[in-house]
Write a protein that binds this ligand. Structure first.
Ligand code: NAD
Length: 362
């Protein structure tokens, strides 16, 4: 059956980078026999401009029907004065919660050609390929009660609650084990079970789920140690699964290991593997409209979509190989050029498409 892909370019550089991913999709359709129906819709500031709200009903309906969503970026200074509910960011948050996208995948891959961009010594990070699976809809960011209260002595006290029900732990654990099965079959579950009861339960449930995945090697690690190991010897990890709070922090640390924000894709999946795929970066208003944004994070997000939502692992690898070839050729957008000559957004997208065509002829 033909798959349906919703394309939500959004604001700022979102339009430019998604246009390059569409070139790649068209090439996959023409040269690789890939079959998909593509449909675009407005979100974020663009949704507000066209329909008066950041997640228009038409956009939500399209995303509900689609098998996968490719998202560019949202936001811009012209929307900063709007009331909170109308701001572009709300469009993305509402979309994530409407579609129950609880499993956030943040790969940290260091292309050998860019090893110098890392904040760590290249021998520590060359060949780095980690996948962090972060629980996205629960934990301390959503737990009740929360707030700031006044104590009897008049002093104010802030409080939040880290809550995880067994079913929430079980579904993120399954999502992570499934991903580990598609990779090197090693999973590290990160918690703080030596101090937090919620982590004790997390560890127990993850261990229980592991019984269904005998081919995956499971390890547990405390979050303080995990943060240390990520910068000491990051290549020891294959897949990391963790809570919303710990994942927020660890995935940003892992991102730094790779150097450039313009290279980092991500995905958020629901229980059935349907997903929203997007670059980690925002709408970059400082370079929007200048044809200088790096489209590779978006193109790599498309590769993730092929692998995790559309059961097209081989095509995903072909797209990733094409990106590697373009980097081998020495092509760099300004953000990864390290001051040397750079190519434009459209030239980079065109080069990936050309590399794909060559791979398609083999
Ligand atoms: P940003 O990620 O947009 O930009 C940070 C810096 O990285 C800027 O200097 C930018 O030029 C550069 N950069 C980002 N993406 C790049 C790319 N593909 N190629 C080259 N350089 C790139 O973060 P910000 O400046 O903090 O936020 C700008 C707007 O984006 C805000 O409105 C913010 O709310 C929004 N935002 C949206 C998302 C999202 O859509 N998921 C995420 C983060 C921020």
């Amino acid at each position: 059956m033909t798959k349906k892909i919703a394309l939500l370019a959004g604001d700022g550089i979102g339009q430019e980078i998604v246009a390059e991913a569409i070139k790649v999709l068209n090439c996959l359709q023409q040269d690789f026999g890939f079959n998909a129906e593509l449909e675009t819709a407005a979100i974020g500031g663009a949704g507000y401009d066209q329909y008066g709200k950041p997640l228009p009903d038409e956009t939500l309906a399209l995303c509900e029907q689609a098998d996968a969503i490719l998202f560019g970026a949202i936001g811009g200074p012209q929307y900063d004065q709007l009331e909170r509910e109308l701001r572009p960011e709300k469009g993305l948050l509402n979309l994530r919660s409407s579609l129950a996208l609880f499993s956030n995948l943040r790969p940290a891959i260091l292309y050998p050609q860019l090893a110098n961009a890392s904040s760590l010594k290249s021998e520590l990070v060359a060949g780095l390929d980690i996948m962090i699976v972060r629980e996205l809809t629960g934990g301390i960011y959503f737990g009740q009660p929360r707030g700031i209260r006044v104590l009897d002595n008049g002093e104010r006290q802030g409080y939040n609650t880290m809550l995880y029900a067994e079913h929430e732990i079980e579904r993120i654990a399954r999502s992570a084990f499934d991903i580990a099965m598609l990779r090197d079959r090693r999973l590290c579950s990160v918690d703080k079970a030596n101090v937090l009861e919620v982590s004790e339960l997390w560890r127990e449930v993850v261990s229980r789920v592991a019984v269904d995945y005998p081919d995956v090697e499971l390890e547990h690690m405390y979050v303080d140690n995990a943060s240390m190991q990520l910068v000491r010897a990051p290549r020891q990890f294959d897949v990391i699964v963790t809570t919303n709070l710990f994942g927020d922090i660890l995935s940003d640390t892992a991102a730094m290991l790779t150097g450039s924000i313009g290279m980092l894709p991500s995905a958020s999946l629901d229980q059935n593997g349907k997903g929203l795929y997007e670059p980690v970066h925002g709408s970059a208003p400082d370079i929007a409209g200048k044809n200088m944004a790096n489209p590779l994070a978006t193109i790599l997000s498309l590769a993730m979509m092929l692998r995790y939502s559309l059961e097209q692992s081989e095509l995903a690898s072909v797209v990733e190989t094409a990106v590697g070839k373009v980097l081998d050729q020495g092509l760099r957008t300004a953000d990864i050029a390290d001051g040397a000559a750079s190519v434009s957004t459209s030239e980079m997208g065109g080069a990936v498409t050309a590399a794909l065509r060559v791979l398609g002829q083999r």
